[in-house]
Design a protein around this ligand. Structure first.
Ligand code: C5P
Length: 222
């Protein structure tokens, strides 16, 4: 089973999904796919094409090329918003589904996103839902985006407040949309990364993966 193991890692923005999923893939020797990058690349293309915010971006999704995923401008606040907007369109999601499924189907994979355990791989044997408090996530995202050098504490706190408001709005939109909303699968195991560093989150995830594999083996031989 581990030869084709699919591990679904879902959760809200900046919860540490990407860090965990990448480390997990390396530890398990599986390919890794950051599915948020697909929506970011479609959002980027929609911005470049001058589409209005809720314009149909399915053409951009169908035309996606590998080089689009290598662009260096996919993690700006503008692209955060555009990605979330295009991700609410069922036709965009449909255009990206086969690629995501194909990626994990033959050799297994670790995929992170919002709907991996609910829609993309609903039968994945391991599903993790990674969360952290809104403040911890905002601080994490702010550190990724900005250099704190020279900022006084009040300015830093105000800047984190602004990032927090953006994250909260994006999570609310991702959770409220009709098409594949952000939510934990019923059989997902939750990991709260608030008080855990990346190493501890990885150890916890590996423990869960091993337990699930052992359960699946026991069920096969029963
Ligand atoms: O994970 P990341 O923050 O890069 O994702 C950007 C946006 O892409 C999310 O806010 C969400 O709207 C969308 N997304 C999605 N489904 C996924 C992955 C990302 O809707 N599986």
């Amino acid at each position: 089973m581990s030869a084709r193991l699919v591990v679904a890692v879902d959760g809200p923005a900046a919860a540490g999904k990407g860090t965990l999923a990448r480390a997990l893939a390396a530890a398990l020797d599986l390919p890794y796919l950051d599915t948020g990058l697909l929506y970011r690349a479609v959002g980027r293309r929609a911005l470049d094409a001058g589409l209005p915010p809720s314009g149909d971006a399915s053409g951009q999704a169908r035309a996606l090329q590998p080089a689009d995923l290598l662009r260096r401008d996919l993690r700006t606040p503008e692209v955060d918003r555009a990605a979330s907007l295009v991700a609410s369109q069922p036709s965009v999601r449909a255009a990206l589904l086969a690629f995501q499924r194909g990626f994990g189907a033959s050799h297994g994979a670790v995929l992170d996103g919002r709907d991996i355990g609910t829609v993309v791989f609903p039968d994945a044997p391991v599903k993790l839902f990674v969360t952290a408090s809104l403040r911890a996530r905002a601080e994490r995202r702010w550190r990724q985006l900005h250099d704190a050098t020279g900022l006084d504490p009040a300015a830093q706190s105000a800047a984190i407040d602004a990032v927090q408001a953006e994250l909260q709005a994006r999570d609310a939109a991702d959770a409220a949309r009709q098409a594949a909303p952000l939510r934990a699968a019923a059989d997902a195991v939750w990991i709260d990364s608030d008080r855990l560093d990346a190493g501890a989150v990885l150890r916890e995830a590996l423990r869960i993966v091993e337990a699930r594999i052992a359960e699946a083996r026991a069920a096969e031989t029963a």
